[in-house]
Design a protein around this ligand. Structure first.
Ligand code: NDP
Length: 341
């Protein structure tokens, strides 16, 4: 047992900055929905560690999940790459790096729940931030959506929207690696040019094409075998009738609907699904968590072999997290939106 004197000697009085959900988002998030607070952290006890955020992630899921998984006053949910700065848990040595579901916090005292060590042999020349992007959850989402949900085969034609984002850029590149034809859409000409650089066979700006349906038809007159759906809403309505018989739709996200206050309505999908025997399956990346280690190694190997480009949009400063979050929802990011603490 430590006596009071020795405990107080060890105390480092670490303060954490945290972003709180002050008010549930209603429509597009506002700065005033979030509040920056300072928290005094306790000294880690036996089995606990003190983490310091190095890179933090802003992701689309935070918008819908905030409504269903959070209450006002909670720290914003989220994942970060952090450094272990104090440890009383032998599984997490001091100076090791982890991916931690700590939320929007600069410092965290954790018992290890929701904390994963980075791959032990993470190469020194690969930025740690990629563990939040192409060699992290978004990369795994792309891989599992294509392999497990779409069961993609060489020679097939794949459509992906939000194609210049964290998930979309990896979807397109993996589909090319697997010998597929890839069509992608994104919201600016600069993003479209980047998709062409990545090897997409056709890329278009969904904001400026005169007709979404016509753009999709022209990009692949014979239709689509697989559709990696990130956007939902009007895009999904335009794409569904263009699926080939026995086509597969991996419903990954619906970002065009996340800020809606009232649900969108549109033509119902049943008839085109029945006529063409389409399989449409929603999925969450965590379903295949048991495969993550092997899958991350595959993504890392592609990166190391120069086959996987991992663009990032980095915002500096923990204070700028709300702006980075809103910027990502508005489409300011090319590649993974990251905050450097
Ligand atoms: P991105 O990096 O793609 O960033 C979001 C992008 O969405 C923006 O850059 C913007 O690009 C686009 N966007 C925003 N609003 C609209 C709109 N109204 N219509 C069309 N595009 C829009 O994010 P992620 O790659 O992290 O996520 C992509 C999708 O995947 C999201 O829907 C997300 O929820 C989902 N997801 C699902 C997971 C799962 O397990 N099911 C896991 C991870 C992500 P642009 O300039 O092109 O408009």
């Amino acid at each position: 047992m430590e006596n009071d004197a020795s405990v107080s000697k060890q105390r480092t009085m670490v303060q954490a900055k945290v972003w709180i959900l002050r008010k549930h988002f209603d429509g597009f998030p506002k700065e005033s929905d979030l509040e920056l607070k300072v928290e005094q952290l306790p000294e880690p006890r036996d089995g606990e560690i003190l983490l310091e955020a190095v890179f933090l992630s802003v992701d689309p899921y935070m918008r819908p999940f905030s409504r269903v998984r959070m209450k006002e006053g909670d720290v914003m949910i989220g994942t970060q790459v952090a450094k272990v700065v104090q440890s009383r848990n032998p599984s997490f040595p001091v100076d090791s790096h982890v991916v931690s579901r700590s939320g929007w916090r600069t410092h965290t005292v954790s018992d290890g729940t929701g904390v994963k060590l980075l791959l032990s042999d993470w190469p020194a020349d690969v930025p740690l931030s990629l563990a939040l992007g192409a060699i992290g959850m978004p990369g795994l989402t792309a891989l599992y959506g294509l392999e497990e949900v779409c069961e993609l085969k060489a020679g097939e034609t794949v459509l992906v929207n939000a194609a210049a984002g964290a998930v979309g850029t990896v979807v397109g590149q993996i589909a090319k690696l697997k010998g597929c034809r890839v069509i992608g859409s994104a919201g600016s000409d600069a993003k479209v040019a980047y998709l062409q650089e990545l090897g997409f066979d056709v890329a278009f700006n969904y904001k400026t094409v005169p007709s979404l349906e016509q753009a999709l038809r022209e990009a692949s007159p014979e239709g689509y075998d697989c559709f990696f759906e990130n956007v939902g809403g009007a895009f999904s309505i335009a794409a569904l009738p263009l699926m080939k018989p026995m086509g597969r739709i991996a419903v990954c996200g619906a970002i065009s609907t996340y800020n809606d206050s009232a649900p969108q309505s549109g033509p119902f999908p049943h008839l085109p699904m029945i006529m063409n025997q389409i399989r449409m399956e929603g999925f969450m990346v965590a379903r295949w968590e048991h495969k993550n280690e092997e899958s991350l190694r595959r993504l890392l190997a592609w990166k190391q072999e120069g086959k996987l480009k991992c663009p990032e949009h980095v915002t500096s400063g923990f204070e700028n997290m709300p702006a980075a979050f809103m910027g990502m929802l508005r489409g300011e990011n090319l590649g993974k939106a990251i905050i450097k603490a």
